[in-house]
Design a protein around this ligand. Structure first.
Ligand code: CMC
Length: 428
């Protein structure tokens, strides 16, 4: 393994240490570059080659299609653990003992009320507001009701902030859904587990008895586990950068929700389903849409395909596709949209354009089909992703704050005008 890298600029050599990760990933530590070279920086738009931090939370190998949290394979976690167990693992570093888990769950439940005054804020939103916008605003608004800053040096303070957020976030998410549908706001039922409670908060209506379907609960549990963390993606980097200014946990998470919303990131799950519906309405001609995606003069992209890091199959997509098949079988469902998705995948995988660029289905390709089968409306898909990603955002924020990382502040290569003299209105 290399232990140093040498950079030559204008005949002068500079030496930089090389760091090796526990999975043998190699990184050149260029933190002394600008000082040593008196002003030279690196330029890497989209951070395609830039590590922003050292992290112990998630390992992923995009070439081999590997995803692990704290050393545990995602395939094993989805089959053997619950969402909250994985959340504990991701946030605190180890699987909880039974006693630790029970305490964690109870502590979350004890914070599951949201201040009633939040409803005044909700009243101000138009009913057609997108639930992601509502969720981001309400998460930020929680700061007003929990004004104390978290003392990052106090384990107890950190723990309390974390369980509070894990408790209140799904309540806000369910409220974002219910105002959108004109339903009365619902409360947490602390007799239920975390995932069952999310379902009842979203779907229970006052006029009918609410019956949980264990198959549906398990499917949602598995789906949300798959979303828990994904190292330094766009929304997580946003959370870390916002938090690096010492902004509070709730404010930093709200920034993450906004970053997740975009169709190139978490918003892709909504975009995938809308695309599949469009293909269906159009008569189901998959080839037409594949050709549109390949046409450089057409802005259309095959949503749910491609990934910045996975240049092989996204392991989450593999699990989700199988989960969708099992769910449809168990619930005896049939959705022509699933058939269109499978056909689209098959055609794309055989196509040279997608093969050359290593574009495979990602986590968002089949997830929407499962949400749809569970009765989640399409505009709520990205909110579900946010509920799933919350433990990862919290874990990354906690790690960054506890490591005392410096404020995130990239440099730039200025390409604008050089100094010029101001001209008055008459002279312009
Ligand atoms: N359909 C058609 N062409 C594509 C697609 C696609 N979905 N994705 C990438 N390409 C092409 C792109 O046009 C480019 O072609 P060329 O080399 O000829 O210019 C090449 O593949 C490389 O793409 P890129 O945009 O440079 O790759 P990136 O790493 O910057 O972007 C991505 C990754 C996920 C934003 C992109 O693949 C994409 O827009 N996919 C569709 C949206 C999507 O499904 N997003 C969810 C990502 S996974 C979950 C998450 O992050 O939340």
């Amino acid at each position: 393994m290399p232990n140093k890298a040498i950079l030559e600029i204008d005949g002068k050599k500079y030496e930089f240490p090389v760091l090796i990760g526990t999975e043998n990933e190699v990184a050149i530590d260029i933190s002394s570059l600008r000082g040593a070279t008196k002003g030279v920086i690196t330029l890497d738009p989209g951070f395609k080659n830039t590590g922003s931090c050292e992290s112990k939370i998630t390992f992923l190998d995009g070439e081999k299609g590997i995803l692990r949290h704290r050393g545990y394979a995602i395939e094993e976690l989805t089959k053997k653990a619950s969402f909250l167990e994985v959340a504990y693992l991701v946030i605190f570093g180890e699987l909880p003992t039974k006693a630790e888990f029970n305490k964690f769950e109870d502590d979350i439940k004890s914070h599951s009320m949201v201040n009633e005054e939040v409803k005044n804020i909700i009243d101000g939103f138009p009913k057609i507001a997108h639930p992601m916008g509502v969720l981001s605003s309400l998460t930020s608004a929680l700061t007003a009701f929990n004004p104390g800053t978290v003392n990052v040096n106090s384990k107890e303070d950190m723990y309390q902030a974390i369980v509070r957020l894990l408790a209140k976030f799904p309540v806000l998410a369910s409220w974002a859904h219910r105002i959108n549908k004109g339903l009365p706001l619902n409360y947490s039922d602390n007799s239920l587990d975390y995932i069952s409670n999310i379902m009842q908060m979203m779907f229970k209506i006052p006029t009918e008895e609410f019956k949980l379907n264990p198959i549906a609960v398990r499917a949602l549990d598995e789906l949300l586990i798959l979303h828990e963390d994904h190292e330094q993606n766009c929304s997580t980097s946003t959370v870390r950068i916002a938090g690096s200014s010492a902004a509070g946990l709730f404010a930093s998470i709200s920034a993450g929700v906004s970053a997740l919303w975009g169709p190139l990131h978490g918003g892709a799950n909504q975009a995938v389903l809308e695309m599949l519906e469009e293909i269906q309405k159009d008569g189901g001609d998959v080839d037409k849409f594949i050709n549109k995606a390949k046409d450089k003069n057409d802005p259309f992209r095959l949503m749910g395909f491609g990934h910045r890091v996975y240049k092989n199959f996204d392991p989450r997509a593999r699990i989700i596709k199988k989960a969708a098949d099992e769910l449809f079988q168990d619930l005896n469902l049939n959705d022509p949209i699933l058939d269109i998705a499978k056909h689209l995948e098959e055609v794309a995988l055989k196509d040279e354009y997608f093969a050359e660029r290593k574009l495979y289905p990602n986590v968002d390709f089949y997830s929407g089909i499962i949400y749809r089968a569970l009765g989640v409306p399409v505009e709520m898909f990205t909110v579900m992703f946010a509920i799933g990603r919350l433990p990862g955002w919290i874990a990354q924020w906690k790690e960054m704050r506890e490591n005392g990382e410096p404020i995130g502040r990239p440099r730039q290569l200025y390409t604008g005008e050089t100094l010029r003299t101001f001209k008055s209105f008459e002279e312009r």
